[in-house]
Ligand binder design. Structure first.
Ligand SMILES: C[S@@+](CC[C@H](N)C(=O)[O-])C[C@H]1O[C@@H](n2cnc3c(N)ncnc32)[C@H](O)[C@@H]1O
Length: 249
C-alpha cells in the first residue's frame, strides 16, 4: 500500500529496489528514520515485530493518532478545505499551547497535504480529493495496528532493538541535504550513525545519496548503485541522481 503522506526524501520510487535487497531471515524489522514510511507500507508485513521511528515529534504524533485514533482524527479533519487561509492558520498554530494531540496531528497533516512539495511552509495550488485522503486513514490505521511507533534518536533506538535476528532499514537525511530537515543532521551525525550500525549484531540496510564522503565512510561494506529521481529540488522538473544502497551482509 502507499504511505498516507509524502515526505522530503521519501522512498516512494526506490522502495522496490530497497526491498529486493532485504535478507530472507529476520524476525524484527526496524525503520530507524521513518519519515513517511514508504518502505514499511511497501509490504503487508515485513516481520513479526515491526518498528517505525522518527525524531520529528510532530510526525510521530501524527502516526500515533492515525494508529490509535483514526476516527477522531478524521472527524477533526472534516473542516479542512483547500484554502490558503486555513493552510496558513495551521502553520501559525504549529507551536501554540493547549491543543490536544489530535488537534495537533490534524494541523500537521494539513500542512503536509496542502504545502508545495510537502515543505510544510508554502501553500501548493493543485486539486486534491481530500475526502478520499481522509478516508484512507482507516486503512493506514489497520496497517499500523501492530507496528511499534517510537520517537527517538537513531543511536538509542538501534541499541534498544538490536538482536541477531533484526533488520534495520536506515534512511537518514542525505549527506549535504541538511537544510531540508527541521532536525539538523550534521557531519558528526553521519559519522555517529556509521559507528552505531557498525557495532550491531543484526543486519542493516542503508540508503544514501552517492557521494565520495559516504563511500569513504562505508569502505568495506556492500555498496549497490541505484538510480533515483530527485524531487528535493523540483517536482515539476525532476533530475536523476545516483543513490547508494549499503548493507552489512
Ligand atoms: C530521508 S527521511 C526518511 C524518509 C522515509 N524513508 C520515507 O520513505 O518517507 C529522514 C528522516 O530522518 C528523521 N531524522 C532526522 N534526524 C534523526 C535522528 N537523529 N534520529 C532519528 N530520525 C531522524 C527526519 O525527521 C526524517 O523524517
Amino acid at each position: 500500500m502507499n504511505s498516507f503522506i509524502s515526505w522530503i526524501g521519501g522512498k516512494k520510487l526506490l522502495r522496490k529496489k530497497i526491498m529486493e535487497q532485504f535478507p530472507g531471515d529476520f524476525d524484527r524489522y526496524i525503520e530507524v528514520f521513518g519519515g513517511a514510511g514508504w518502505v514499511l507500507f511497501g509490504k503487508e508485513k515485513h516481520a513479526d515485530m515491526e518498528v517505525y521511528n522518527d525524531l520529528n515529534g510532530d510526525l510521530v504524533n501524527l502516526f500515533r493518532c492515525v494508529k490509535y485514533h483514526p476516527d477522531a482524527l478524521q472527524k477533526e479533519l472534516d473542516w479542512i478545505l483547500v484554502s490558503r487561509e486555513q493552510f496558513f492558520d495551521c502553520v501559525a498554530q504549529n507551536n501554540i499551547q493547549g491543543m490536544t494531540d489530535i488537534q495537533r496531528a490534524a494541523r500537521f497533516y494539513c500542512r503536509i497535504k496542502l504545502s508545495f512539495g510537502s515543505d510544510l511552509e508554502s501553500f501548493g495550488v493543485r486539486p486534491r480529493d481530500l475526502q478520499k485522503m481522509i478516508a484512507y486513514l482507516r486503512e493506514v490505521s489497520n496497517r499500523l495496528n501492530k507496528v511499534i511507533v517510537e520517537n527517538a534518536d537513531f543511536e538509542r533506538l538501534i541499541k534498544t532493538y538490536d538482536r541477531k535476528s533484526a533488520l534495520f532499514y536506515c534512511d537518514p537525511p542525505y549527506y549535504h541535504a541538511e537544510k531540508y530537515y527541521t532536525d539538523r543532521f550534521q557531519l558528526e551525525d553521519h559519522v555517529r550513525l556509521r559507528d552505531s550500525i557498525s557495532q550491531i549484531q543484526g543486519k542493516f540496510i542503508l540508503s544514501y545519496n552517492d557521494c565520495p564522503e559516504i563511500r569513504k565512510l562505508y569502505i568495506g561494506y556492500t555498496l549497490i548503485e541505484v538510480d533515483r529521481q530527485d524531487n528535493l529540488v523540483s517536482k515539476t522538473n525532476p533530475r536523476r541522481y545516483k543513490e547508494l544502497i549499503i548493507k552489512n551482509y
